[in-house]
Write a protein of this length. Structure first.
Length: 200
């Protein structure tokens, strides 16, 4: 819509993705392709419960994408190579705007005040914060940690930001201090920290 009105198109971006992770389009064809790839991968690994968990996240993610300005979706659906590091996670990338057309400084201030947002690895171009919720699924509850990252879009005068939201699931029996869970979060942080804007 912005381009139709003569506005300059926002630049695209890329991430240095974790092993097996791929970028997907936020449409029905992309959803079907991703679900088929996830099912094949986890059945081959004899981990159908992981597919069930991620399928639930996938359905939820695409429902959210219909309501938000999502531009890309990332998940571990590709060739893993020699890596055995499965991530029960996904990342949504969306464009965030201030409702009144002003800059996003008020949003960032609220994230700091209400959610303890901090710079990602000390890089003030990004703010990062976490939220948790418990979901009831067949076979037991899972805890979903949402990690939200925000960075301003170049050329937008801070009126638009790219929001990356990683959703990471763990069994309710797994502590937030578990080394594997902390490793998953660190991996996602490292991935997001590699964000690079591409020439328009």
């Amino acid at each position: 819509m912005r381009e139709m009105l003569g506005a300059v198109k926002d630049p695209d971006f890329e991430l240095k993705l974790l092993p097996g992770w791929e970028r997907h389009s936020p449409d029905s064809a992309g959803k079907e392709k991703m679900d088929a790839a996830l099912k094949q991968r986890f059945m081959a690994a004899n981990r159908p419960e992981l597919h069930a968990t991620l399928r639930s996240q996938l359905d939820e993610a695409y429902a959210v994408m219909k309501k938000q300005d999502v531009v890309a979706y990332f998940a571990q659906t590709g060739d893993m190579g020699d890596s055995k590091a499965y991530y029960p996670a996904s990342i949504l990338a969306a464009v965030r705007r201030s409702p009144d057309g002003s800059n996003l400084d008020a949003y960032v201030a609220q994230a700091i005040r209400d959610h303890g947002a901090k710079p990602l690895f000390g890089d003030k171009r990004f703010v990062r914060f976490e939220r948790e919720s418990t979901r009831v699924l067949e076979g037991g509850n899972i805890v979903v940690t949402s990690i939200v990252y925000m960075t301003p879009i170049p050329g937008s005068q801070r009126r638009r930001g790219l929001q990356l939201m990683a959703s990471l699931a763990r069994p309710e029996s797994m502590s937030a201090a578990d080394e594997k869970f902390i490793g998953w979060k660190n991996g996602l942080d490292l991935c997001v920290s590699t964000l690079r804007w591409l020439p328009a």
